[in-house]
Design a protein around this ligand. Structure first.
Ligand SMILES: [Zn+2]
Length: 345
């Protein structure tokens, strides 16, 4: 049986839990290079990609996002791998479709910031359009239920992505802007205004992804919720950003005094509690499309899913410290109190 569609779910008031963050997770696991950040793992270790999709679904993701982020012509060209472009996209989509079919979840295609779009440069805009077009056509041929277009710094580019999805894809479009440090797009729109314009232009879901952590993304979401009529999306990174260091790129690792991005970001990883609170706040203000971006891992997605009232397969293994021989405190022969003192003081 086909999974209930994205728009159908959102219209009936359901929340949609979305695991992203494949780039950083594969970099952490040693299958992808920080810097070029292209999804080579799709071609070199497709079984690992399938495995991570399955882990995210196990933890509660409603969506299998095909791993084509930065799998576009410009990024591959920069790395001398342009000839792998079609194979990479088709393979990623096939893996994602398979996992979605096996698990009854949705499969989304994925396009993103092109790295060539330049305001007022018609040739660059034409190149960007062609890059979107080919990836959208592969996604639809590969059976994508909808397309995620994300991490745009420029509203003009995001609008072009939306236009291309409508023209070449004819599937629902989730369009999210990268959340900048100064709260503005590179073409000068506030995050709220960007979402409003994208919605007005016909995006099915609008909002923010990447760059900011839960703490510094949240302040924008309430206003976006007020200004937009349809469903909105939030997909922060999983790092403890602050008002003084609002993005993962601005975080300073206190141990070194240097920028943490990208290798030392785990030193500022969010707690599960913070992720749970973020999901709670999203539900409270009416963010229906709740996802996690860079730094995500299955244990975080389970927090979001459980906060949404779900009990994914991974919930069978959710923490229960009453079963612990010391912390549970109910196994007399281990002298729980004495042991606890030994390891805490
Ligand atoms: Zn991200």
């Amino acid at each position: 049986m086909a999974a209930k569609g994205l728009l159908e779910r959102l219209k009936s008031g359901e929340n949609v839990v979305v695991a992203e963050g494949y780039l950083f997770e594969f970099e952490r696991r040693g299958y992808l290079k920080a810097g070029s950040f292209i999804p080579e793992v799709v071609l070199e270790h497709p079984e690992k990609v399938k495995g991570l999709h399955e882990e995210f679904v196990h933890a509660g993701s409603d969506v299998v996002l095909a791993f084509t982020y930065y799998g576009h012509r410009e990024k591959l060209r920069q790395c001398g791998r342009e000839r792998d472009l079609e194979k990479l996209n088709v393979t990623a989509l096939k893996i994602a479709r398979q996992v979605a079919d096996d698990t009854g979840t949705l499969m989304a295609g994925n396009i993103c910031n092109s790295c060539v779009y330049e305001v007022g440069n018609p040739a660059s805009i034409e190149t960007t359009r062609n890059m979107f077009k080919e990836q959208i056509e592969w996604a639809v041929a590969g059976g994508a239920d909808y397309i995620v277009a994300e991490t745009f710094h420029n509203v003009g580019e995001a609008l072009l992505a939306l236009e291309c999805i409508k023209e070449y894809g004819k599937v629902p479009a989730v369009i999210t802007m990268g959340s900048s440090a100064n709260g503005l797009s590179s073409d000068g729109f506030t995050h709220v205004e960007a979402s409003r314009r994208l919605e007005e232009a016909g995006a099915d879901v609008v909002g923010l992804n990447c760059t900011r952590g839960p703490a510094t993304m949240m302040p924008f979401l309430g206003e976006i919720r007020q200004q937009c009529k349809g469903p909105i999306a939030a997909l922060p990174v999983l790092y403890r950003t602050t008002p003084a260091q609002p993005t993962m790129q601005s975080l300073i690792n206190p141990e070194t005094g240097k920028y943490a991005f990208p290798s030392d970001l785990p030193a500022m990883a969010c707690s599960r509690t913070a992720v749970r609170e973020f999901a709670r706040e999203c539900l409270k203000i009416g963010v229906q499309y709740i996802g996690l971006c860079c730094g995500n891992s299955p244990h975080y997605i389970r927090e979001v899913a459980e906060e949404c009232g779900r009990s994914p397969p991974a919930s069978r293994y959710s923490p229960n410290m009453s079963e612990h021989y010391i912390f549970g405190g109910n196994v007399k022969e281990y002298h729980a109190k004495t042991l606890l003192n030994e390891i805490r003081t």
